[in-house]
Design a protein around this ligand. Structure first.
Ligand code: PGA
Length: 249
């Protein structure tokens, strides 16, 4: 199975309109196979980002959506609204939303379904805490999160799963390559068991302190199809070498 590599940037609550000029200059790299490039800026920058990248291969996504298509939800945005703004994908279940907004696996699952209902791709995040990483059953914990968060009917065209250990996000700490391989192999096997051939087509991203200095090593893992990058996606000088490493992998 050849899965198209994906370099996704999650700007979180960062970024300005001025930064979109740099985004428009990102390229698929000169060596290897150009990966798909997706930037998820704050929602207010989605439409300007789509405009800035119109003549480029860079795609724009969102960081969250509401599970309902409309209604009395002050301050929220539906997947369809994000699509209208030009988003192609929506990150759902990021650990910062699971923790800060008390989102459960069931909530994340509903958001992924809402994303699909709007015709968008769901980039669904899972990952263990530092305390869970030290447990003997850490893989079971991650597997249970996957099972409960991913809706039925997932396909390679509609779902991307991002494995993001919470303790690695924004900390500079990264799991060993062995831990990444073990976790991603488990996720692949579980997705294939549940979705057959589509489970093999669903892309698996690693996320958590990916940088130009560690990207090439992480991308060695067979079941790592790309990265979800936070801090290092904010500057083209950091994100471009990560894209280049992915293209070359
Ligand atoms: P980081 O964030 O690359 O800054 O660690 C990753 C993420 O939260 O998606």
């Amino acid at each position: 199975m050849t899965r198209r590599k994906l370099a996704a940037g999650n700007w979180k609550m960062n970024g300005t309109a001025e930064m979109l000029t740099e985004v428009a200059q990102l390229t698929g790299g000169t060596v290897g196979t150009p990966p798909q490039i997706l930037i998820c800026p704050p929602s207010t920058l989605i439409a300007p980002a789509v405009e800035a990248t119109a003549m480029t291969g860079v795609e724009i996504g969102a960081q969250d959506c509401h599970a309902q298509p409309n209604g009395a939800y002050t301050g929220d945005l539906s997947a369809d609204m994000l699509k209208t703004a030009g988003a192609r994908a929506v990150i759902v279940g990021h650990s910062e939303r699971r923790a800060g907004h008390h989102e459960s696996n069931a909530d994340v699952r509903a958001k992924a379904e809402a994303t699909w209902a709007a015709g968008l791709v769901a980039i669904l995040c899972i990952g263990e805490s530092a305390a869970e990483r030290d447990r003997a059953d850490v893989l079971d914990i991650i597997a249970a999160q996957l099972d409960a968060s991913v809706p039925d009917g997932a396909t390679g065209a509609t779902l991307v799963v991002a494995y993001e250990p919470i303790w690695a996000i924004g900390t500079g700490k990264v799991p060993t390559l062995g831990q990444i391989i073990e976790t991603h192999d488990m996720l692949r096997a579980r997705l294939v068991a549940r979705f057959d051939a589509e489970g093999d087509a669903i892309r698996l991203l690693y996320g958590g302190s990916v940088k130009p200095s560690n990207a090439a090593e992480i991308f060695q893992a067979e079941n790592v199809d790309g990265a979800l990058v936070g801090g290092a996606s904010l500057k083209a000088a950091d994100f471009q070498p990560i894209i280049d490493a992915l293209a070359a992998s």
